[in-house]
Write a protein that binds this ligand. Structure first.
Ligand SMILES: O=C(O)CCC(=O)C(=O)O
Length: 334
């Protein structure tokens, strides 16, 4: 069979006037298989009808055929070797039951205010200590601008850092963190996704790495990325737990739901905006955003005057080991 290729094509009233309203006959169009391509999904986006389709035919003939059938302007928005998820998800639709399709779900107000305060305080202490040691022992590093990676902390772009909490920590803090991360309301989903529910032992901790990802004022918007290569079933699932309320000013994490389904979309992140398929993880402190390790996302810039600390818990299957996110040199010797 000839090689299939996937497209997102925008159908609109006019090539030259992008403000021209969507013609009424396109608003309710339900396309199925045409002689040149198979339509997999469709939605309206601004003044265009977007269709996701696959075909083995040359792109020009797909566009020409669509223009002829639906009497409008047809333009390729995205072209990829695999399915391109164009669906716009609302928070209500991103349920735990839909996780296998979306790769993302949110548990609002999952952690109590008092536990959020405990986490915020112990993260602040840990961050202050790491930066004091960086300043004292590594004065050559332009912290906030330079890229660096130690065993416990790594830069994640301008004014953004990722600091592991588990290594060499105060035992009381370790207990608090373990209680919160192993008993969260999201744990049944994590156990199911990682097949850690097989022995019915809910008391057995799921292996995880806990860190605080913090963006200081001036942090910029990251490039789209996945934390790891998508796989089904997933080998790792991440929980983001913001420790302050997220706003447009503090920034938040933006996701492209559905991208965990295919490794072919790695590098295609900006297409999420073109297709209007982004989900803004702008949640209140203590809400848990759970995402498949392969889901594309990016941290937005911090334009507030305050630090934005987010507890990050990467739950994983026992045999998986993170080898790329931190360095090997020890920063914090107790
Ligand atoms: O800062 C954020 O909101 C997300 C950070 C992130 O995705 C990362 O550092 O890999």
């Amino acid at each position: 069979m000839a090689q299939q290729h996937y497209y997102v094509i925008g159908l609109s009233a006019s090539e030259n006037d992008e403000d021209a309203p969507l013609p009424p006959h396109l608003e309710s169009l339900i396309l199925s298989t045409t002689p040149t391509c198979t339509i997999l999904d469709q939605k309206t986006h601004g003044n265009a009808l977007l269709i996701e389709c696959c075909s083995s035919q040359p792109e020009a003939s797909i566009l020409a055929h669509l223009e002829q059938v639906v009497r409008c302007h047809a333009e390729t928005y995205v072209s990829a070797p695999c399915r391109i998820p164009i669906r716009t998800w609302t928070a209500e639709q991103l349920t735990a039951d839909a996780f296998s399709e979306s790769g993302l779900t949110v548990f609002p107000n999952a952690v109590s205010d008092s536990d959020v305060r405990l986490l915020r305080s112990l993260c602040a202490t840990r961050i202050a200590k790491a930066h004091a040691v960086l300043a004292a022992n590594h004065a050559g590093i332009d912290v906030g601008r330079a890229a660096f990676a130690f065993k416990e902390i790594a830069s994640r772009g301008l004014e953004r850092f990722d600091l592991l909490l588990s290594a060499n920590d105060n035992p009381d803090d370790v207990d608090i963190v373990a209680r919160i991360v192993q008993n969260g309301v999201w744990m049944p989903l994590i156990r199911k996704l990682l097949h850690a529910d097989a022995d019915d032992d809910d008391a057995r901790p799921v292996p995880c790495a806990v860190s605080v990802v913090y963006s200081r004022p001036g942090a910029d918007t990251q490039s789209w990325h996945a934390d790891g290569v998508p796989a089904s079933p997933p080998y790792a699932v991440c929980v983001f737990l913001p420790l302050v309320d997220l706003t447009h000013e503090t920034g938040y994490t933006q996701f492209w739901p559905g991208t965990q389904a295919s490794r072919g979309l790695l590098g295609f992140g900006p297409a999420a905006e073109v297709c209007g398929a982004t989900f803004d993880g702008m949640v209140s402190s203590g809400s848990a955003v759970v995402y498949d390790y392969g889901t594309l996302h990016r941290g937005l810039g911090n334009n507030s005057g305050e630090i934005r600390p987010v507890l990050q818990v990467v739950y994983h299957v026992p045999e998986w080991k993170d080898t790329k996110n931190y360095g090997t040199e020890i920063l914090l010797r107790e």
